[in-house]
Design a protein around this ligand. Structure first.
Ligand SMILES: *[C@@H]1O[C@H](CO)[C@@H](O)[C@H](O)[C@H]1NC(C)=O
Ligand SMILES: *[C@@H]1O[C@H](CO)[C@@H](O)[C@H](O)[C@H]1NC(C)=O
Ligand SMILES: *[C@@H]1O[C@H](CO)[C@@H](O)[C@H](O)[C@H]1NC(C)=O
Ligand SMILES: *[C@@H]1O[C@H](CO)[C@@H](O)[C@H](O)[C@H]1NC(C)=O
Ligand SMILES: *[C@@H]1O[C@H](CO)[C@@H](O)[C@H](O)[C@H]1NC(C)=O
Ligand SMILES: *[C@@H]1O[C@H](CO)[C@@H](O)[C@H](O)[C@H]1NC(C)=O
Length: 409
């Protein structure tokens, strides 16, 4: 704890001294890549198959499926879950919406759908809004040098080719529209691994030309044990009075849940992460884990994604890593005969930000000494995975990066 405070203080000192010598007023364009659940999904319905309630069936106009808080009311939440759910075709290895459901991810290139989870403006649905507002106050313009890259967060890396094609075009357009100024990528949570994957596809001259740096906030570089709890027992996404088991069908059906499972590069083969009456599971036992929770498709999802991200290969751009520790975070899930897998486990806590384990947040340290570009980090204490996006220290740090306070003079 002592070290955290010293490091924090040290960074503050650097901010002040650099701020004083730099006054050329550069505004690097910023592109924001949200995490799991951080994009809006709109839907329209014309369902003929049986649904949990008759009023889940028809809705010919586009409406906000993710997220409209009214859809999370206990009486109709089963509708919401059923409409969010994906089905999997083992032959094509692709997911799709259930029959009669059309979805779109609105707002690509804009910030409107990533500033808040839903458009009602409730304070709890705040996402990138505090960072974006603080940049607008500096003279930034939404849609010009503040761009969002929302995507269908239900899907894993294996089904995002169109998104990445569009993302490359967004980078090129943003660069040209801003007088050929290099771009800062700003990611939260799962947006970090997505951006890393994309950077790995780009060559060195492309990255040098277009990317100034990348800011990663609360990133699961090696996954999180929490994903296994979602797969086994679900999570009620903090909706009071709703059983996690009612949300689980959606959470299981989303390949992105499998994508953020603990990585074999970050957890040892002798480390038990799930204890059940019948057996214990390590990162080498996912086949048995999914068989035992009677969701073998989850193993397919994991197989489809496990080799796509090279977590140990550096991105080769300047990095700024912002994360928090010292929040109780799922470390080991303990089940007994009664609870496995349908009732919430007892959780042995690990260090982390409440969602992502410490080792995963610190995954960028594997790149130290392996890339020429600087790797800087800012460690906070006791700030939760989502709350870190509106923490003043985070907002201030992003402001410093995009206004060139880290540029060499
Ligand atoms: C809804 O589906 C039915 C049956 O497939 C079809 O006849 C009808 O035209 C569809 N309605 C709309 C608005 O697409
Ligand atoms: C990519 O862009 C095309 C053209 O604008 C659009 O039709 C498509 O829906 C986008 N796909 C994704 C996954 O963002
Ligand atoms: C674009 O960049 C050039 C070279 O740095 C500069 O001279 C010019 O003023 C810039 N134009 C605008 C509109 O910012
Ligand atoms: C790097 O990638 C860009 C865009 O994909 C391509 O146009 C360029 O030729 C590549 N450069 C080298 C040196 O391979
Ligand atoms: C699972 O691990 C727990 C805790 O380490 C241990 O007590 C138990 O014996 C193990 N169970 C099995 C079936 O190996
Ligand atoms: C729990 O389940 C295991 C395996 O099915 C069984 O061997 C054991 O006796 C059960 N324990 C209790 C306390 O029911």
């Amino acid at each position: 704890m002592y070290i955290f405070h010293i490091r924090h203080l040290f960074l503050c000192v650097i901010f002040i001294s650099i701020t004083n010598i730099n006054g050329d007023g550069v505004l690097y364009p910023a592109i924001f890549i949200p995490g799991n659940a951080g994009s809006q999904i709109w839907a329209r319905l014309n369902r003929t198959t049986p649904t949990p309630h008759f009023f889940c069936t028809h809705h010919s106009d586009w409406f906000e499926l993710w997220l409209d808080v009214r859809l999370l009311l206990p009486e109709i939440i089963d509708c919401f879950v059923d409409n969010m759910r994906l089905t999997y075709d083992p032959a094509t290895k692709k997911t799709s919406n259930l029959e009669g459901i059309d979805t779109q991810i609105p707002g690509f290139g804009e910030t409107s759908t990533i500033e808040h989870f839903d458009s009602s403006g409730f304070p709890y649905s705040t996402y990138f809004a505090p960072i974006i507002k603080s940049l607008v106050a500096l003279g930034y313009k939404r849609g010009l040098n503040l761009r969002g890259a929302p995507y269908d967060f239900r899907r894993g890396l294996d089904e995002q080719d169109d998104f990445f094609t569009n993302f490359t075009q967004l980078v090129l357009d943003t660069y040209e529209q801003n007088n050929q100024t290099k771009i800062v990528l700003v990611t939260h949570s799962m947006g970090g691994p997505f951006a890393l994957y994309w950077l790995h596809q780009q060559n060195r001259s492309f990255k040098e030309k277009y990317i100034r740096s990348m800011v990663n906030i609360a990133t699961p570089w090696g996954g999180a044990v929490k994903a296994l709890r979602l797969m086994a027992s679900g999570d009620n996404i903090d909706i009071h009075g709703v059983s996690p088991i009612r949300i689980r069908p959606y959470q299981r059906s989303a390949p992105s849940t499998a994508f953020v499972m603990p990585s074999v590069n970050f957890w040892g083969e002798d480390e038990t992460i799930v204890v059940s009456p019948k057996r214990n599971y390590t990162v080498n036992d996912f086949k048995e884990f999914f068989d035992d929770i009677e969701f073998p498709t989850g193993y397919e999802y994991w197989l489809n994604n496990k080799d796509l991200l090279q977590e140990l290969t550096p991105p080769e751009v300047e990095l700024h890593e912002i994360y928090s520790l010292q929040m109780p975070t799922p470390g080991v899930l303990l089940y007994n005969n009664r609870t496995f897998p349908d009732i919430q486990p007892v959780i042995l806590p690990d260090d982390g930000d409440g969602t992502v384990n410490k080792r995963s947040l610190l995954g960028f340290k594997n790149w130290e000494g392996k890339q020429e570009q600087d790797i800087l980090s800012l460690e906070l204490v006791g700030v939760e995975h989502l709350a870190i996006l509106r923490h003043p220290t985070t907002v201030n740090y992003v402001k410093q990066v995009v206004t060139g306070q880290f540029d060499q003079k």
